[in-house]
Design a binder for this molecule. Sequence first.
Ligand code: ADP
Ligand code: MG
Length: 309
Amino acid sequence: MNEFDLIQSYFNWQSTDPNVLLGVGDDAALFDLEPDHQLVTSTDTLVEDIHFFRDTSPSDIAYKSLAVNLSDIAAMGAVAKCFTLSLTLPKINHDWLKEFSASLKKASRLYNVNLIGGDTTKGPLNITITMMGSIKKGKSIQRSGARNKDDIYISGDLGTAALCLKKMNEGIKPSLNELNKLNRPIPRLELGSALKDLASSCIDVSDGLEQDLSHILNSSDVGATIDAQKLPLGEELSQYIKETNDWLLPLCGGDDYELCFTADKASSSKLKKLSETLNIRVTKIGSINASNELKINGYDGSSASYKHF
Ligand code: ADP
Ligand code: MG
């Protein structure tokens, strides 16, 4: 089998979106955007041994590759539409490809996005997805919009994926819930899209809250105070912190894919309603100030968020 047969067999399924005018099979894809909208695009790569363990299932790898890219589109307040897949494979393994492509197709249907092209090469396992979405002109939520006295919020809860990773590295078997948090993060698409009318800035937490919130602060040229005690934690992590008082995981652990955003105080009742409507926990963890630093009450440990280099 050559790469053309591989693409036909595994990555050329029917699009569900009439806006896809040309998908897999030509030199490039064509996609219609709604009038008065802008293209929002983002790329993320998953590398074996760095972003996932060698024995991670092809199904989980496919799901996560898509989810982490959707999370970036959500953080911009945009609606995800279509994506390309650049796949580097050490060899053609049909069992692997079958499971990977079935999972990718299923996840793309779940989140209503369509595969419109990609690239296939030979080399160490590497999955790069480029996600494209759209948003009404001028409505995107950027990192630079936080203002003095804004409240800081976080969706869902933090640190469980990092706890899972820690357990796996220590040879301890994680619970199913912990594994799902690490391998199957839920991109906050509905929340992100609703936030375009409420949030002043937003980022998805992929490398640790402390580092990702700092990106907002630097871009917005402001500071912040947050309270470690207010961080939303899942059950397992609450228990872990009770036992260890180790706040490093929810503050600096990665792979949460929750949205961290800021909003004017006047938006607080609307945000409460939104959280109830979407049934997503939204927690106020602190506020923006005019300093130029991030102060974390109740934490004096190191800052050790994930950095590639
Ligand atoms: P070209 O040589 O013109 O770049 P390719 O042979 O790389 O074209 O790809 C042929 C077609 O298959 C293109 O439409 C491309 O977008 C698509 N494609 C290649 N690899 C993938 C993949 N892994 N998933 C989806 N589509 C793919
Ligand atoms: Mg070509």
